[in-house]
Design a protein around this ligand. Structure first.
Ligand code: ZN
Length: 600
């Protein structure tokens, strides 16, 4: 057994999340964490909402609320959606906790002490009416290269050139139309060039990463520049240095604080368990955590933060880099073992866009369909290693032809027939098992090694494919053995044996599918007469801030209970529950209804 960190990307709290988001970071990380726990590992799965930065400030201003009020609203919405999907976070928290502030400031201080954070005076754009930094993408003007009149401060979408906002002709703020002022302002920069060699050496030791992630990350190292980590903004974590801490107008930049959330959430989780040092078992590079792997789940647009920036922060804090240095109070920290990034999900051939209504929010989806129907679609057809398209027609087909007609039908007919004829799990006939019986049982048992290995290597599409092959084999077995034809008293023992074998395989397949379909796995466990928790679920809990800030909701749970990753023999004569369908067949008319909704 080992300690395994599942670090899941932090959703930004400026609105509800759509199914593209949860396809990338949410469901895959939960499948992995659930499997690893079932296989006996001690998993710590953490995340939370990312709540600082200009977009939240701007949106709050537009709505006439405080950034905190806006963040409160969407933190709760997002936590409830992730709960409804059954994502088994040990802690899903947020970046506005006092604990998070303290951990961010500790990393800042350690990096600064080791010489990896340096001050620099630069020319930056500010809004004259608010005095706040105007981020590059909030500035629009005429491209100095091609003359396009809606070029953004960071790049021109017409000619594709990277731009500096000061070079735009007639720059305007996209927030309120005013002309930005370019002023000299002092900020802190992360000295990435001083950490580049250490990063390169570390990347060279990485194994098993998806090749595109490794190639992309290596390319970034060739051109690393110091990166600003503070902003002229009131909404964010204060800068923990004398003369800066009390200033109301300068804050740590949101990307720097959010990525530290993995660590601060782990520390918060430990503090809440009453063993405040417990997080070290997943993080300490020297002590008990030194062999603990950490897996980071995200969409591909976030790779740079996890394969370059976050390792740079962890390394610099730990004293690795061209300026050396000493680890801070938290000690030397583990760098990511693997960066598991997904590709993009599109929607009926188009990019998701909340503003253009090309979107399906998680909440809306779950109002009309079951969580496991979405989880199944994401597992078999999600953007694991290619951009993929969500279409309602494909969702309908996957649900009806595979989930309902394949898996649901196997469960339904074997449980119903056994319940009707025996009322319990029938015993095996003393005459014993036939070759066909043994062969099917062996296929199911072999699934544990195959499916488990694929999930551990982040090949979930293949993994669920293998589990569904067991289902298909069992359906074929039932059709061939045709127990419904064994009607006489003399035939009954053989009928019992066939149904015993079928139910055993239903039970095994159910365990194989539990990481993917936890809600239905619990129901099927109960249909088979099982009691207790088979697939543990998260709970939403209102908690106090540990350090005196305002309270907030967290997702957490007890995942020490539940099925293990193994075949468990079904006891003969255990009563079966009254059969009822586990999955819902959808009417084909939903396709047109949903497309109409999209267009409206
Ligand atoms: Zn241009």
């Amino acid at each position: 057994m080992s300690h395994v960190l599942a670090a899941v990307a932090w959703p930004y709290a400026n609105g509800p999340r759509h199914i593209g988001h949860v396809s990338g970071f949410g469901v895959p990380s939960d499948v992995f964490a659930r499997y690893m726990r079932m296989a006996g590992h001690d998993v710590l799965m953490v995340s939370g909402t990312d709540e600082h930065g200009t977009p939240i400030q701007v949106q709050a201003d537009a709505e006439g609320v405080t950034p905190r009020e806006l963040a409160d609203r969407y933190n709760r919405v997002i936590a409830e959606d992730l709960l409804a999907l059954g994502l088994s976070y040990d802690l899903f928290t947020r970046t506005t906790t006092r604990n998070h502030y303290a951990v961010v400031q500790e990393l800042f201080t350690g990096l600064h002490r080791n010489g990896y954070i340096v001050p620099k005076v630069t020319t930056g754009a500010i809004s004259p009416s608010t005095g706040r930094t105007l981020p590059d993408r909030y500035i629009e003007g005429t491209c100095p290269i091609c003359g396009y009149d809606s070029a953004r401060g960071d790049q021109c979408d017409n000619c594709g050139n990277q731009l500096d906002p000061i070079d735009l002709i007639n720059p305007k703020s996209k927030i309120n139309g005013e002309t930005p002022e370019f002023v000299e302002t002092e900020h802190f920069f992360l000295d990435l060039p001083a950490l580049a060699d250490a990063l390169r050496q570390w990347l060279d030791t990485r194994e098993g990463w998806r090749p595109n992630v490794l190639r992309f990350s290596r390319n970034l190292l060739d051109d690393l520049q110091p990166r600003a980590i503070t902003r002229d903004l009131e909404w964010g974590v204060p800068i923990p240095l004398e003369g800066w801490q009390e200033r109301g107008d300068k804050r740590i930049y949101v990307w720097f604080d959010a990525v530290i959330g993995y660590l601060s959430a782990s520390i918060e989780w430990a503090r809440r368990t009453g063993d405040p040092d417990a997080w070290r078992r997943w993080w300490s590079a020297d002590g008990e955590g030194k062999d603990s792997p950490g897996y980071y789940f995200m969409g591909k647009d976030n790779i740079v933060f996890h394969s370059v920036i976050w390792p740079a922060l962890l390394g610099g804090y730990s004293g690795a880099g061209s300026r050396d240095g000493q680890p801070g109070d938290l000690g030397r920290l583990n760098l990511p073992t693997e960066v598991v990034s997904s590709e993009y999900l599109t929607m009926e051939g188009r990019k998701f866009s909340s503003s253009r209504k090309v979107v399906i929010y998680v909440r809306d989806f779950l109002e009309r369909y079951d969580a496991d129907a979405l989880r199944y679609f994401i597992a078999v057809a999600g953007p694991e290693s290619n951009d993929t398209d969500f279409t309602w027609a494909e969702f309908l087909r996957r649900n009806n032809d595979e989930l309902v007609a394949g898996w649901g039908n196997l469960v339904n007919r074997s449980v119903s027939m056994a319940a009707k004829n025996f009322g319990a799990i029938p015993p095996v006939d003393p005459a014993g098992l036939t070759e066909a019986d043994e062969a099917l049982l062996a296929v199911a048992r072999a699934g544990f090694a195959t499916v488990g290995d694929l999930i551990a290597r982040h090949r979930q599409k293949q993994a669920i494919g293998e589990a569904m092959k067991v289902v298909a084999e069992a359906n074929r077995y039932l059709s061939e053995q045709a127990p419904w034809k064994l009607k006489t008293e003399a035939d009954k023992p053989r009928m019992g044996t066939i149904l015993h074998v079928a139910l055993q395989v239903v039970s095994d397949a159910n365990t194989l599918l539990t990481p993917f379909l936890p809600h239905s796995a619990q129901k099927i466990h109960e249909l088979l007469g099982g009691t207790g928790v088979h697939a543990p679920m998260p709970v939403l809990k209102e908690v106090d801030d540990l350090d005196g800030g305002p309270g907030y909701p967290v997702l957490t749970g007890d995942y020490t209970v539940g099925a293990r990753w193994e075949s468990v023999p079904l006891p003969a004569d255990r009563p079966l529950a009254a059969p009822k369908p586990v999955f819902r067949k959808l009417d084909p008319s939903i396709v047109d209804e949903e497309l109409a909704r999209l267009e409206s």
